[in-house]
Design a protein around this ligand. Structure first.
Ligand code: MSP
Length: 655
C-alpha cells in the first residue's frame, strides 16, 4: 500500500482583492504535494476558504448584499487563480459547505459534552481584522498585538474552551516532537510569548455575530470563527459525517503549512482542541515568512499604497506565465524568513535563472545536437576532463533535493537544481563544443559532451516538475520523453538513461528574455494610465482624525531627539521616500522618510530635524528605517519639517 501524505494550506478569508502574497502558501503546498506524489505517495492536498465571521459580515453589509452574495464571486476568482497557477489540489473546502457546518456543530457539542466547553460571561478586546480575542494585558499600546489595529471592547454571554489546562501538554508536545513546529524559532516564540506566561480559556462562541455556524444546543450563539476554520482540516475528510473513510485514511495531517502570523492558532489552539477531542495531532506545522510588498505583508488596507507594483496574480501569470511566478515565489522567500516583491526582482529572477541559466542551457544543447548530429542524440563516451565532476553533481541531485525538501526548504531544493544547471553551462564553456566540431577526429568526444549535457538537462527537468508545471514537460519533449508520463523520480536517479540515436528537437524559447527596462516602463505607464482614468481623491497621506485622549505616561513612552541630517539620497523606485543618514550625538542612524515630494536630498543635508528615536525599526523598500522624522501636514497634503526653534546640539532630548 502507498504511504499517505496529507498537506493543507490555511483556508483563505474572502476579504477583497487577491494579491501575489496570497499565492505563496498555496504554491509552496502545491510543490510539496507534487514532490510527494512523485515520490510515490498517496497525496491529499487540501485548500479552501474561511467564510464566516465578523469581517465578512461587515463587508457584506457595507456592500448591501448577503454574505454569500459577497463571498461567491471572490471564491470563484480564487479558484481561477489556482487554475492559472496550476494548483492541483485534491479538495477545495468552503466553511459554508453543509457537510462542514454539520461536522463543526458536532465537534462543538462533543467538546461541550466532555466538559471542555463551559458557559460564562466574556469581557475583553476583539480585533476584527484578525478575528482574535485579547486580554487587556496582551494588548500592545491598546492595539491588537498582532496587527497593531484598533480593538473593540466586547462583553457578552459566551462559551469558553478550557484552553488554560493545555499549556503544559503543548509544551510537552514540543519537547517530545522537536520537529512539530518549524522553523525552530517559531517554537521559542510560542513557548516564551504564550505558553510559559500561561494560557487563558478561549472564548469560542459569540451572540453578537450572526454570520457563523449556530451552536445547536444554544442557537443564539455562533461558533468562534477560528474553531470553525481550524476544524476544516478534519471535516474536509468527512470527520463527523456518515462517511469518514478519507479521515481514517489521511488523518493526521503530515503538514499544516501556514503563514507565521497564524502559527498561534495552528500550534497551540488547534492541538489543544484535538487533545480535548481525543484525536491524533498533526505531525508538523510550518510557519513560513511573508512576501513583503512595499515593505509590508500587503494587507488590503495598504494595497493602495503600492500601486506601482503589479500584484494581481492573474495579470502576472498572463504577462510572464505560471512557471515564472511559481519559480519566483518558491525561490525568493528564504527558508523561515521574509522575501521582498518588486516588479524588478521578479523580472530579474526570470531573466537570470530561467532565461539565462536554464533557457540557454536547453537551447544551446539542443541546437548543437541538431547542428552537429542532425538532431540525433550521439553516444556517451569515456569520461574525460570535468565529465566526472559534472556527472556527480547530476547523480547527487536527488539526494540534495530530498535533503532540502525533508527540511521543508523549497528554495534550497531549487538552488540545488540550478547548481546542476549552472555546472552544465560551465561545462559547455570548459569543453567548447564549437571548437571540437571543427575537428573531425574529435567527433566522438563532441558527441560524448553533448550526451552528458542532454542527460543533465533530463535529470534537472524531472526534478523541476514539482516546482514548474509547464517548462519541464516542454524540455523533456525535446528529447522524446513524454513528461506527462514521468510520474516519479526513478529515471532521474540514474545517469545515462537516454539512448543514443534518440531524435532530439531544437527547443523552443522556454523562457524568453525580458527587456527589464522596457517592461518596467510599460508597467509604469500602465499604472499612470489607470491613475488618469480613475483620478485619485486627493487625500492627505495621513488621516486627520481626532485621536483619543492619552495620559502623560503614554506620551512619555515616545522618545524624541534633535537629529542632524549628514547625508541624504532618493530611494530608488519610490517617488515619496528619501533615505537619510542622521547623527544623534555619538550615534548615527539610517531613516527612511516620506518627504521626497516636499524636500530634495540636497536641501536636507545639514538640517536639524525632530526625530522619534525609539520606534521599532521598519523595512521600507528594502531599507531598514531606524526612526521617524516629524513633519506637519495640512489638509492639502503639503508637508513641513519640524525643527528646534533655537540652535540645539544633535542628540538633544525633546520633551
Ligand atoms: N483564514 C485564515 C486561516 C484559517 S486556517 C484554519 C487566514 N486567511 S488569510 O486569507 O488571511 O491568509 C491565507 C494565507 O495567505 C496565510 O497563510 C497567509 O500567511 C498567506 N498570506 C497572505 N499574505 C501574505 C504575504 N504577503 N506573504 C506570504 N503569505 C501571506 O489567515
Amino acid at each position: 500500500m502507498k504511504e499517505k501524505y496529507y498537506i493543507t494550506t490555511p483556508i483563505y478569508y474572502p476579504s477583497g482583492n487577491w494579491h501575489i502574497g496570497h499565492c505563496y502558501t498555496t504554491v509552496v503546498c502545491d510543490a510539496f504535494a507534487r514532490y510527494n506524489r512523485m515520490l510515490g505517495k498517496d497525496v491529499f492536498f487540501l485548500t479552501g476558504t474561511d467564510e464566516h465571521g465578523q469581517k465578512v459580515e461587515k463587508k457584506a453589509a457595507e456592500a448591501g448584499v448577503t454574505p454569500l452574495e459577497f463571498i461567491d464571486p471572490l471564491v470563484a476568482e480564487l479558484k481561477e487563480i489556482w487554475k492559472a497557477l496550476d494548483i492541483n489540489y485534491s479538495k477545495f473546502i468552503r466553511t459554508t459547505d453543509e457537510e462542514h457546518v454539520k461536522a463543526v456543530q458536532k465537534i462543538f457539542k462533543q467538546l461541550y459534552d466532555k466538559g471542555e466547553i463551559y458557559k460564562a460571561e466574556y469581557s475583553g478586546w476583539y480585533c476584527t481584522p484578525c478575528e482574535a480575542f485579547w486580554t487587556e494585558t496582551q494588548l500592545k499600546d491598546g492595539k491588537c498585538p498582532d496587527c497593531g489595529r484598533e480593538v473593540t471592547l466586547e462583553k457578552e454571554e459566551s462559551y469558553f474552551f478550557r484552553l488554560s489546562k493545555y499549556a503544559d501538554k503543548i509544551i510537552k508536545l514540543y519537547e517530545d516532537n522537536p520537529e512539530f513546529l518549524q522553523p525552530k524559532s517559531r517554537m521559542n516564540e510560542m513557548i516564551n510569548n504564550f505558553l510559559k506566561p500561561g494560557l487563558q480559556d478561549l472564548c469560542v462562541s459569540r451572540t453578537s455575530i450572526k454570520w457563523g455556524i449556530p451552536v445547536t444546543f444554544d442557537e443564539k450563539h455562533t461558533v468562534y470563527v477560528w474553531v470553525d476554520a481550524l476544524s476544516n482540516y478534519i471535516t474536509a475528510l468527512g470527520y463527523g459525517s456518515e462517511d469518514d473513510s478519507l479521515y481514517q485514511k489521511y488523518w493526521p495531517a503530515d503538514l499544516h503549512m501556514t503563514g507565521k502570523e497564524i502559527i498561534r492558532f495552528h500550534a497551540i489552539i488547534w492541538p489543544a482542541i484535538l487533545m480535548a477531542l481525543g484525536l491524533p495531532l498533526p505531525k508538523q506545522v510550518y510557519g513560513h515568512g511573508w512576501l513583503l510588498i512595499g515593505g509590508d505583508k500587503l494587507s488590503k488596507s495598504k494595497q493602495d499604497k503600492v500601486k506601482a507594483e503589479l500584484t494581481d496574480p492573474k495579470q502576472l501569470v498572463s504577462r510572464y506565465g505560471s512557471d515564472a511566478l511559481r519559480y519566483f515565489l518558491l525561490r525568493e522567500i528564504p527558508f523561515g524568513s521574509d522575501g521582498v516583491y518588486t516588479n524588478e526582482s521578479l523580472l530579474n529572477r526570470i531573466n537570470s535563472d530561467l532565461a539565462n541559466d536554464l533557457g540557454n542551457l536547453v537551447s544551446r544543447t539542443t541546437a548543437m545536437i541538431c547542428q552537429y548530429f542532425g538532431g540525433v542524440l550521439p553516444a556517451a563516451g569515456p569520461r574525460e576532463g570535468t565529465d566526472g565532476e559534472l556527472i556527480s553533481v547530476a547523480e547527487n541531485l536527488g539526494a540534495n533535493v530530498k535533503k532540502a525538501m525533508d527540511a521543508l526548504d523549497a528554495p534550497e531544493a531549487l538552488a540545488a537544481i540550478f547548481r546542476l544547471v549552472q555546472r552544465a553551462n560551465k561545462y559547455i564553456d570548459e569543453t567548447t563544443p564549437w571548437i571540437l566540431a571543427k575537428d573531425e577526429g574529435k567527433k566522438a568526444r563532441l558527441g560524448a559532451v553533448l550526451y552528458n549535457l542532454a542527460e543533465c538537462i533530463r535529470i534537472a527537468a524531472i526534478y523541476l516538475k514539482p516546482f514548474l508545471t509547464v517548462a519541464p514537460d516542454k524540455i523533456l519533449a525535446c528529447f522524446g520523453i513524454d513528461g506527462k508520463k514521468t510520474e516519479d523520480f526513478s529515471a532521474a536517479n540514474t545517469f545515462g538513461v537516454l539512448a543514443a540515436g534518440t531524435a532530439v528537437e531544437k527547443a523552443p524559447p522556454v523562457f524568453p528574455r525580458i527587456d527589464v527596462k522596457k517592461e518596467l516602463k510599460e508597467i509604469e505607464e500602465m499604472f499612470a494610465k489607470k491613475a488618469k482614468a480613475e483620478p485619485e481623491k486627493k487625500a492627505p497621506a495621513h488621516e486627520h482624525t481626532q485621536k483619543e485622549e492619552i495620559g502623560i505616561d503614554d506620551f512619555g513612552k515616545v522618545q524624541l531627539k534633535v537629529a542632524l541630517v549628514t547625508a541624504c539620497e532618493k530611494v530608488e523606485k519610490s517617488k515619496k521616500l528619501l533615505k537619510l543618514t542622521v547623527k544623534l550625538g555619538e550615534e548615527t542612524r539610517t531613516v527612511v522618510s516620506g518627504i521626497a515630494l516636499a524636500y530634495t536630498p540636497e536641501e536636507m543635508v545639514g538640517k536639524k530635524v525632530v526625530m522619534v528615536t525609539n520606534l521599532k525599526p521598519a523595512r521600507l523598500c528594502g531599507i531598514v528605517s531606524e526612526g521617524m522624522i516629524l513633519c506637519a501636514e495640512n489638509e492639502k497634503g503639503e508637508l513641513s519639517l519640524l525643527k528646534p526653534e533655537r540652535e540645539m546640539e544633535d542628540g538633544s532630548e525633546i520633551f
